[in-house]
Design a protein. Structure first.
Length: 255
């Protein structure tokens, strides 16, 4: 049942029921916490710290009921239409600062310097160490405080975040659960562009054996890069054991 539009704004903001939306955007979580992964939890942490009263809980209810009419996510944030108790949906914007080309170049170079981190990203994972990479170049992947977010809604509720903003953020968090690269895309670098950049920088750097790296792993990079001919079938590279007879006159692999 639709509530009268002439009621005081504070009743609309806190007590009335929203107009049901058919085919609205909703989250899959039916109870409890929404974020499942550490990166989604980091995104929601700031909002839940500054959340006023029960607006975060009502925002989760909105997200579960499918009150979001539309949602567009792009570099720099998301814009949405959220249906409340009034006939016209509210316009919502959740903004974050996007990094520039030079900043992303620093980030990519720092990522390539960490072979295990690069491998994890290329495998579609989001390791905790990625936060340290951004910190080392003077950036922050996740919002650190309310000042790092632009939160706007056309509803009359003066609290920030209101339930409409909270609903959009919960939908975003669930999307981040499904695709960790979506958070990076908000900052200005989509999955394909970032991974292509990492592969190119990795190829330019060439194999660089680190101290303690197993010989087989080092050689596999040389073989993969075409820097060494593949070993003959049935033969494996031999490890050189310390010798007491002086340096060998010839070192080689294969026959």
């Amino acid at each position: 049942m639709t509530e009268p539009t002439s009621q005081p704004w504070w009743l609309d903001a806190a007590q009335t029921r929203p107009i049901k939306v058919t085919g609205g955007i909703q989250i899959n979580s039916t109870r409890g916490a929404v974020a499942r992964t550490w990166w989604s939890k980091r995104f929601l942490a700031v909002l839940e710290q500054i959340g006023v009263g029960g607006r975060m809980a009502r925002g989760r209810a909105y997200a579960r009921q499918g009150q979001i009419v539309s949602l567009d996510v792009d570099t720099g944030g998301a814009v949405a239409k959220v249906q409340g108790s009034r006939p016209r949906p509210y316009a919502v914007r959740v903004g974050v600062s996007a990094f520039g080309k030079a900043e992303w170049a620093e980030v990519a170079q720092a990522m390539v310097a960490d072979a295990s981190l690069t491998a994890a990203l290329l495998a579609g994972e989001m390791p905790h160490e990625i936060e340290d990479v951004f910190t080392r170049v003077g950036l922050s992947l996740f919002p650190a405080s309310a000042r790092d977010l632009a939160l706007d809604c056309t509803c009359p509720d003066q609290a920030v975040p209101c339930k409409h903003l909270a609903a959009v953020c919960y939908v975003l968090a669930e999307r981040f659960d499904a695709d960790p690269f979506a958070m990076l895309a908000l900052r200005g670098r989509d999955r394909e562009t970032l991974l292509a950049d990492l592969r190119e920088r990795r190829a330019e750097a060439g194999p660089a054996p680190a101290h303690g790296t197993p010989l087989a792993e080092v050689l596999s990079e040389f073989y993969a890069g075409g820097l060494l001919p593949p070993p003959r079938r049935g033969r494996t590279p031999r490890r050189m054991a310390p010798s007491t007879r002086g340096p060998p006159s010839r070192v080689g692999y294969g026959a």
